[in-house]
Design a protein around this ligand. Structure first.
Ligand SMILES: [Zn+2]
Length: 230
């Protein structure tokens, strides 16, 4: 299993989730976890965003598929149902958020991955789906899903105190660090099993928000560093 900040290939991500991930929203895959793929890179097709200093994600629902002769998906309301009447992925996540809000079920657990560049993804952690709504965007209705982080840096479901410091590293920082460190461990130059490492850990007050405090480390050097601090 990955821990938050882990950098993985597309194939590793698919292997971990047990399916060939083709779409952004994936309701309940293996072990009942849902999976969301996000991209906050410039020009990304959906208006996903990070709020609350990195503890909350607002994820935009998905458009109708692009088909020849049909209207531009960006001009059509995002659909709740498929033509046959079953829920789309928007509908499945929306329904789950609604049942949670009405106190019927526990929140949906959602693992969130973020695209860094072609074939390279970062694991942002485990989130819970706490709210969903529809809102106007230009001339149409889109879905919004609110996800709260619940996993701490060690990959455990966080307690209140460990979550206090936990947050998603902003995309701009991830991209800057990846470029600066040239996609390699700063200690040994390895390009395998990389991780966005906090130079000063956030439990000791180190920031997630500036590239000066983030570096790339391979798994071996990440573990060696953790042992030293503990
Ligand atoms: Zn290394």
């Amino acid at each position: 299993m990955f821990s938050p900040g882990g950098i993985i290939s597309y194939l590793d991500m698919c292997k971990e989730e047990g399916v060939n991930l083709q779409r952004g929203m994936n309701f309940r895959l293996r072990n009942n976890f849902s999976v969301i793929l996000m991209s906050l890179r410039p020009g990304a097709p959906y208006a996903d965003r990070v709020e609350d200093g990195g503890k909350t994600l607002i994820y935009e629902g998905h458009d109708i598929p692009q088909t020849k002769g049909a209207p531009n998906p960006k001009t059509v309301d995002q659909p709740m149902h498929n033509p046959g009447g079953t829920y789309t992925q928007n509908g499945l996540f929306f329904d789950a958020a609604g049942r949670y809000k009405r106190g019927r079920t526990d929140p949906e657990f959602v693992r969130v991955y973020e695209k860094i560049r072609s074939g390279i993804w970062a694991y942002n952690g485990l989130f819970q789906l706490v709210d969903a709504w529809q809102e106007a965007s230009n001339t149409r209705q889109v879905f919004k899903f609110k996800l709260e982080m619940i996993e701490d840096a060690s990959g455990q479901v966080a307690t209140k105190s460990t979550l206090e410091h936990n947050r998603v590293i902003p995309t701009s920082v991830k991209l800057e660090v990846w470029k600066r460190d040239k996609g390699r461990c700063v200690q040994c130059g390895s390009a395998d099993n990389l991780h966005f490492d906090h130079i000063i850990p956030y439990t000791l007050g180190g920031s997630s928000l500036v590239s000066e405090n983030i570096q790339l480390l391979c798994a071996r050097h990440n573990i060696a560093k953790k042992d030293k601090i503990e």
